[in-house]
Design a protein around this ligand. Structure first.
Ligand code: SF4
Ligand code: SF4
Length: 489
C-alpha cells in the first residue's frame, strides 16, 4: 500500500570519499580462528600479526576467553546443532558450483519472480534484489577454518566481478528468545535464524545453477560480501545506529543470507524507511549497550562513509564475558517488536521522517523503560519464558473483561430504563453523542493496546498504557457526564 522505494540507498547521502573493500582477515571471528586453527609459526597467524601488530594483544586476549554458549547447560545443543549445520554446508561445494550446461532463457521479470517464490517457499521472511556493488565484496578470504578441506584458503583474493546481481534475504529471529538478551536464549535465536539462512541461500544458489547461470550462496560461515550493505541495496532496510540492518518488519531482529549471480534480474531498489532520522533522535541502543560500544551523537567518517561506527572489539569482548552474542541492542530497539497490529501501525508512523519520530522515541522510553539487570543466578531462561508470558496475558484479558463488563452494565441500565437509541440521542444531543462515541472508541482502543502488550509479555508497556488510556478515558467520561448529565449514568 505504501511504497518506501527510493532511487539511491540512504548511505549515498553520507558518502564522503572512496571506499576500500573489506579484508575479511580483519573480521574478529577470522582473527579468533588464527588461534583456533593455525599454529604459532604459521604464515597466516605470524604473518597477520606482523602486518597488524596493533591487533596482537586484543586477539590473544579473546583467544584465551571461553567460547560462546557455555551457559546453555543441558540446552547447549540448541545452539550447537544449528550452528553445526551451518558449518556442514559452508564449504565451496555447497555454496558454489558449475552451472548446468543448458541455459533456460528467462526475462528478468520472470527470473525475479521465480527466485523470490523459491526463496520464500524455502523459508526466507524477506527478500529483495539489487545490483551487486563490488565495493561490498571482500578483498581477501579470512574465514577458512584453518584452510580446511573444501574451503578457500586464508588470504586468497576474492573475485565476484562476474556477478552483477544480488539477492538479499532476511530471516526473522524468534522475538521471545531475542528478548531474553543477553542470556542464552538469544544465542539460540541467532543460531536458528542462521541455520535457515544457510539452508535457503545454498538451495537458492543451486536452483539458479540448474537454470544454467552462475550463482554463489553467502551465509554465516562463508560470506564473500558484506551482507548489510548488500541488503540495503536490495531494499530490505537501512543501516542503523546499532550497526545492524534495521527492517520495517522485524526491526533489528533479523539475520541475513545472500546469493550473487549473473542471472538477469529486475532490481527492487533500496528503501528509505526513515531510519537515519529516527536513529538521530533515538539512542536507546547506545544507552542500553552494556559495553558502551554503540556511539552517541552524530555520525563520524569511516572508510569513506559517515556512519555510527560500532566499537566491534569492545562488543566482541562482552560477548565472550556473557557467553552469548549479547543482542541487548537488538532487543531494546523499539523497532524489534512482534508483527502485531499495534506495531505495524507504529512502525508505519515511524517510517515517515518528521518531528513526530521524537515523540515515538519518548513513548518507547516511557512505555518500555530500561531492561532489568541480568538474573543474579545465570540460568538458561529457556524454561521460564512461556509460562510467565501466558500468565500475564491472562491478567490482561481479565482487566479487559472487567472494563467491558462495566460498559455492559451501563448499557443494560439504560435499556432497563426504557430508552431507545433514538430517544437517547434526542435527549443528549448529537454533539454530546459524538463525544460519547469518541470516548467509547478511545476506551476500546486502550483495551486492545493493553491486551496486545500483555500478550507480548511487555508488563511495563501494558501497565503504562492502562494508566494512559484509562486516565484519559476517566477524565473524558467525567467531562462528558458533567456536560450532558447523560441519562443512565
Ligand atoms: S551486541 Fe551487546 S555489546 Fe554489542 S553493541 Fe549490541 S548491546 Fe552492545
Ligand atoms: S535503538 Fe534507536 S538508535 Fe538504536 S538502532 Fe534502534 S532505532 Fe536506531
Amino acid at each position: 500500500m505504501f511504497s518506501f522505494r527510493t532511487r539511491r540507498p540512504t548511505y549515498e547521502r553520507d558518502r564522503v570519499g572512496a571506499i576500500e573493500r573489506f579484508d575479511e582477515r580483519d573480521n574478529l571471528f577470522a582473527r579468533e580462528d588464527l588461534f583456533r586453527y593455525f599454529d604459532d609459526a604459521s604464515e597466516a597467524r605470524a604473518g597477520y600479526h606482523e602486518t597488524h601488530p596493533e591487533h596482537r594483544e586484543y586477539d590473544e586476549r579473546t583467544a584465551a576467553c571461553p567460547g560462546l554458549g557455555r551457559f546453555g547447560g543441558r540446552h547447549e545443543w540448541a545452539h550447537t546443532v544449528p550452528f553445526g549445520f551451518c558449518r556442514d554446508i559452508a564449504s565451496e561445494r555447497f555454496v558454489d558450483g558449475e552451472p548446468a550446461s543448458h541455459r533456460v532463457e528467462l526475462s528478468p521479470e520472470e527470473a525475479s519472480q521465480r527466485v523470490k517464490q523459491h526463496a520464500l517457499s524455502l523459508g526466507a521472511d524477506l527478500i529483495g534484489t539489487g545490483p551487486l556493488n563490488q565495493e561490498w565484496v571482500h578483498s581477501y578470504v579470512g574465514r577458512s577454518f584453518g584452510d580446511a578441506d573444501g574451503f578457500e584458503p586464508w588470504g586468497r583474493p576474492v573475485d565476484l566481478s562476474h556477478h552483477p546481481h544480488a539477492i538479499a534475504m532476511g530471516f526473522r529471529m524468534d522475538n521471545d528468545l531475542v528478548h531474553a538478551a543477553p542470556e542464552f536464549p538469544t544465542l539460540v535465536a541467532t543460531a536458528l535464524a542462521y541455520a535457515v539462512s544457510a539452508w535457503v541461500s545454498v538451495r537458492l544458489a543451486a536452483y539458479i545453477r540448474t537454470l544454467g547461470y552462475s550463482a554463489r550462496a553467502h551465509h554465516v560461515y562463508n560470506y564473500r560480501v558484506l551482507a548489510v550493505p548488500v541488503a540495503v541495496d536490495c531494499g530490505l532496510g537501512e543501516l542503523s545506529r546499532a550497526g545492524f540492518l534495521l527492517t520495517r518488519e522485524f526491526g533489528l531482529g533479523v539475520r541475513l543470507g545472500a546469493v550473487t549471480t549473473d542471472l538477469p534480474l529486475v532490481h527492487d531498489g533500496p528503501v528509505d524507511i526513515g531510519v537515519q532520522s529516527f536513529c538521530e533522535r533515538c539512542e536507546i541502543c547506545a544507552e542500553n549497550c552494556p559495553s558502551g560500544s554503540i556511539p552517541f551523537g552524530a555520525k563520524t567518517e569511516h572508510n569513506g562513509i559517515l556512519k555510527w561506527k560500532l566499537n566491534e572489539e569492545s562488543c566482541f569482548i562482552y560477548w565472550h564475558a556473557v557467553g552469548t552474542d549479547c543482542s541487548v541492542c537488538m532487543s531494546t530497539c523499539p523497532w524489534t517488536k512482534p508483527r502485531t497490529w499495534l506495531h505495524r501501525v507504529v512502525s508505519l508512523a515511524a517510517s515517515v521522517k518528521g518531528p513526530h519520530q521524537s515523540l515515538l522515541v519518548a513513548g518507547a522510553k516511557l512505555f518500555y523503560g530500561k531492561p532489568g539487570p541480568p538474573p543474579r543466578e545465570r540460568a538458561t531462561g529457556m524454561e521460564s519464558l512461556r509460562p510467565t508470558r501466558i500468565g500475564f496475558h491472562m491478567r490482561a484479558l481479565a482487566v479487559s473483561l472487567v472494563i467491558l463488563a462495566v460498559l455492559g452494565v451501563w448499557a443494560g441500565l439504560g435499556a432497563a430504563g426504557g430508552d431507545t437509541a433514538a430517544g437517547r440521542l434526542a435527549a443528549i444531543g448529537w454533539f454530546t453523542a459524538v463525544g460519547y462515541a469518541l470516548w467509547l472508541a478511545w476506551t476500546l482502543l486502550g483495551v486492545a493496546v493493553v491486551w496486545t502488550f500483555g500478550a507480548e509479555g511487555e508488563r511495563r508497556a501494558s501497565w503504562m498504557s492502562a494508566a494512559f488510556f484509562g486516565g484519559v478515558s476517566a477524565a473524558a467520561a467525567w467531562l462528558l457526564v458533567r456536560a450532558s448529565a447523560f441519562p443512565g449514568f
